[in-house]
Design a binder for this molecule. Sequence first.
Ligand code: SF4
Length: 167
Amino acid sequence: MRRLIAIRDRQRANRPVVQVGIIGMPQKAHEISAFRKKWMGVADSVVVSGIVSRLGSISFVNIADSNWQSTPCFYVWSQLPVLSDGTAALCCDDWDGVAAMGNLYSSTIREIWTCELRKKLRILHLAGRAGTIPACQACRQPRQGPWWFANGVSGERTTPVSIPGGG
Ligand code: SF4
C-alpha cells in the first residue's frame, strides 16, 4: 500500500484514491486504535465502517435509516466486482456470485454493464421495488441512492457498533 501511494505521489497524480477500512465490530475492537494510528496520514482516508449483511448471510445488522427499503442502492450504478473465475457479481455484497450478472470469459464489461437484466434492476431500484429482486430482498444493506437521486445520500450505512475505546 505504501509503495502504491509512493508511486502515485512520485507521478504527481491524484488517482487512485487509497482508502483503508476496518469493520467496527466487537471482535475487532482491540485493533481499531492501532489501525487508525498505522494509516492516518498515510492513506487518503481511514474508515471504520459498520457491518453489512452480505446478501443476508449476516443476520445481525442494524439499519439506521427507516427509508432504506424505498431508496435505490447506488451499487447497481457503481459496482461490477469480478470474482477470480470471471464471474461478474452484482455488487460487493454478492461475495460468492449468487446474483451473478455474467462472466468476463464470455462477455465484455460493457455487455454486462448495459445488459437488459442490469437495466431492469436499476429500474426496479428507482421504483422502490428492490425488494422484488431476490438478491436485494435478502440483502439487509442500508441503501444509499446514487448522487443524482432526489433523496440523496444519507452517508449512514449501518448503525455503528459500540466499541469501548474504539475511538
Ligand atoms: S441492495 Fe444489496 S444486493 Fe442489492 S445491489 Fe444493493 S448491496 Fe447489492
